[in-house]
Design a protein around this ligand. Structure first.
Ligand code: MFK
Length: 256
């Protein structure tokens, strides 16, 4: 069973993150592409975000925490493998569109949209996402749009669920907006996995201010594993996750 799952997953898996970018190879064209890792400090990051990021990078030094790299595009190959595995290849998107597609939270210019970095605690099994919502994410004047907060919550909870179980989709998401969050301020998302029932993963989180005095938003989500075979005890490592989410490179070892 596990072997057949691994065989099914093999085309989806791959690769590794490197600070600043990862060299990716696509089997289709044998082309080499350099993907930018967006979860690294940029000039547009505020001092608060940079300070928090540095604190978590320190926590990574003893291996108890790991930074999750993040790119903006999937390779065409990986997209096709994913749709074949989980949707019988029946996604109505043209090939030329696939190569143009971008991961929504990474689709803005630097500093104007979502700036974020996620850290995974292997022991505590939780994610901390540090983020700053840019000027193009405004809702009511001066504050972040609720949909922007939901996007980040869904992305962070989805990432947690994937690390805990495998490929997931959001079935249900419940949001409680407690306080408006100022535009360009820094927030901290803390996630937890509440329970797993068969294919259903129940995850929750909140968004707090840096000083932890304000809870801006709370989110609870139900994620469904896309294949019951993935719900077997495959516990994915962050490096596996990076590759799983982003690219297919048949030359890299599978490390789960
Ligand atoms: C870089 C990486 C970052 C990763 C994070 C990315 C985050 C982004 C995540 C997304 O945005 S996903 C996109 C938004 N979600 C969707 O489009 C999902 C659309 N819905 C579906 O495709 C299907 O409804 C779904 C796959 C969720 C479930 O269909 P299934 O046919 O597999 O489930 P089924 O109907 O058999 O139900 C299985 C169980 O789930 C429960 N369930 C299904 N849909 C539910 C629902 N909507 N709410 C609550 N429970 C639900 C259902 O009651 C049942 O419970 P029991 O096992 O106890 O009987």
């Amino acid at each position: 069973m596990l072997r057949s799952c691994a065989a099914r997953l093999r085309p989806l898996l791959v690769a590794h993150g490197r600070p600043g970018g990862a060299r990716l190879t696509s089997t289709f064209s044998f082309e080499e592409v350099t993907q930018k890792d967006h979860a690294l400090p940029k000039p547009s990051w505020s001092k608060d975000l940079r300070l928090l990021f540095d604190q978590f990078m320190k926590k990574c030094e003893d291996g108890s925490w790991e930074r999750l790299p993040s790119c903006s595009r999937h390779s065409v190959q990986r997209f096709q493998n994913f749709t074949k595995a989980f949707f019988s290849g029946s996604i109505p998107v043209k090939e030329e569109q696939i190569s143009q597609a971008k991961f929504f939270p990474r689709s803005f210019e630097d500093g104007l949209g979502f700036e974020y970095a996620m850290f995974w605690s292997k022991d505590e099994k939780r994610i901390v996402c540090l983020f700053q919502g840019g000027l193009y994410l405004q809702g009511i004047p001066g504050f972040l749009h609720g949909g922007a907060l939901v996007t980040l919550i869904d992305t962070t909870l989805g990432t947690h669920a994937m690390l805990a179980g495998g490929a997931v989709m959001t079935a249900n998401l419940s949001i409680n907006f407690k306080r408006p969050m100022p535009l360009c301020s820094v927030g901290v998302i803390n996630t937890q996995l509440d329970k797993i029932e068969g294919r259903k993963l129940f995850v929750s989180c909140n968004i707090q201010s840096v000083d932890e005095k304000t809870v801006y938003t709370e989110g609870t989500g139900k994620k469904l594993l896309l294949s019951s075979c993935l719900a077997s005890s495959l516990s994915l490592s962050p490096s596996f996750f990076f590759s799983f989410v982003l690219v297919y490179n048949p030359h890299m070892p599978i490390n789960f």
